[in-house]
Design a protein around this ligand. Structure first.
Ligand code: GAR
Length: 194
């Protein structure tokens, strides 16, 4: 049984997908911490489930944000899952959690990744580039932005009539599957290692 800290900045639908998978015993983990870098609905979802929450506002903590998060997760979480977390982590937390910290990104990396590429910005770029397909990626977090080793991707088609919201919905449906599959693969890797 692994303990997971989930980091969020938004509505938390991916957090919900993880929690549902745990409830349904599709994952052999529990979420014991939900941490946000701003007030957001993801925190409300966690509170409703009685999960410990922390908010470290990115504008207050700035360069100290990663350190604050590390202080909370250290020795308490086996894995860190960035599920719609929009700040960039740096420093010790990345070293200590190397290969145990994963991020979900709403495109087929390496396409449409990097600084400023999040949420709707990604889907807008996909439309502007007239991509025929897009999707989501779960990858390990390293010192770069969206550059870590890819764990898995799920693909959706982009139709001529699709707008940003259409693409977002399609990608989100796949994200809810992908994030659970990626956590499962971590569980398998680390169960095997023990
Ligand atoms: C997801 O689409 C995720 O891929 C994206 O934020 C959304 C969060 O949704 N993450 C990024 O853009 C990170 N660069 P949620 O709050 O409903 O889970």
């Amino acid at each position: 049984m692994f303990k997971i800290a989930v980091l969020v900045s938004g509505s938390g639908t991916n957090l919900e997908a993880i929690l549902n998978a745990i409830d349904e015993k599709r994952l052999n983990s529990s979420v014991n911490l939900v941490i946000a870098d701003r007030e957001c609905y993801g925190i409300e979802r966690a509170k409703k489930r009685g999960i410990e929450t922390h908010i470290f506002d990115r504008k207050t903590y700035r360069d100290e944000l990663s350190k604050k998060i590390y202080e909370v997760v250290k020795n308490r979480a086996d894995f860190i899952v960035l599920a719609g977390f929009l700040s960039i982590l740096e420093g010790e937390i990345l070293k200590e959690y190397k290969d145990r910290i994963i991020n979900l990104h709403p495109s087929l990396l390496p396409k449409f990744g990097g600084k400023g590429m999040y949420g709707d910005n990604v889907h807008r770029a996909v439309l502007e580039n007239k991509e025929k397909q897009t999707g989501c990626t779960v990858h390990f977090v390293d010192e770069g932005v969206d550059t870590g080793r890819i764990i898995l991707q799920r693909i959706v088609s982009v139709d001529d009539e699709d707008n940003i919201d259409d693409i977002k919905k399609k990608v989100q449906t796949q994200e809810h599957i992908a994030i659970v599959e990626a956590i499962k693969s971590l569980e398998v890797a680390y169960e095997g290692a023990n």
